[in-house]
Design a protein around this ligand. Structure first.
Ligand SMILES: [Zn+2]
Ligand SMILES: [Zn+2]
Length: 221
């Protein structure tokens, strides 16, 4: 799908229905991978077939479903792994996360780059603002492209729902503050590429998401 200066391919995993994304900066023919999960092999195939470079593997957060494909992707198509430091403990516990589901997962390479607000992820001629959005996990971030009018929002907000906050390091109050301050402050027309489920927009969630409409006590959080 073309989105202004970007082309976006979605890879949804079987087990967790997690959305991973391959993002191409069309002006410079360079790629970024977001949250490689269960479909990492297909992502690697597309990148290998393109003959164009993968510049970054960017993780919105380090839950198993969003990182289970990092090892395979980084092995086949090496690129620096970007993660917010507050999700490093989760990242390093990926084997324990997998064991909870009776899964085994290959150990991913250590993160190379620390994501931080104010330090954009640069993909050739395209750049992405990093916004820290704790609540679902402590080091969750979203990536915003003003030029393409879209954001990759991981498990912060979904079409009609919000991320769960009952996992270690989760906080409902922090999540609601993150959504209010970092997501709903984006322009209404911004398309939100979520970690699960369909693409939505800021306006649709601001006006129709039962967790976010003003009557809900969460808005007081
Ligand atoms: Zn998650
Ligand atoms: Zn998820």
């Amino acid at each position: 799908m073309t989105a202004g200066p970007l082309t976006i391919h979605t890879f949804t995993s079987d087990v967790f229905a997690e959305n991973a994304y391959l993002v191409r900066c069309d002006a410079s023919a360079e790629w970024m991978a977001v949250d490689p999960g269960g479909e990492a092999a297909a992502m690697a195939e597309m990148l290998e077939g393109s003959g164009e470079p993968l510049r970054a593997i960017v993780l919105t957060h380090a839950h198993l479903d969003h990182i289970e494909g990092v090892a395979e992707l980084a092995e086949r198509v090496p690129a620096p792994v970007h993660l917010h430091p507050e999700d490093r403990p989760l990242y390093h516990s990926v084997a324990q996360q997998a064991a909870m589901f009776g899964h085994r997962v290959r150990k991913p390479p250590p993160p190379d780059e620390a994501l931080a607000p104010g330090q954009p992820v640069i993909l050739g001629a395209c750049s992405f603002e990093v916004r820290h959005t704790p609540g679902h996990s402590p080091g969750h971030v979203i990536l915003y492209s003003r030029a393409a009018s879209l954001a990759f929002v991981g498990d912060v907000v979904f079409a009609g729902s919000v991320g769960r906050t009952d996992l270690p390091g989760g906080s409902f109050h922090r999540l609601m503050a993150s959504i209010r301050e970092q997501v709903l402050t984006l322009p209404d027309e911004t398309r939100l590429y979520t970690g699960h489920g369909p693409v939505t927009t800021v306006e649709r969630e601001r006006t129709g998401n039962p967790f976010l409409i003003p009557q809900h006590p969460g808005s007081q959080a």
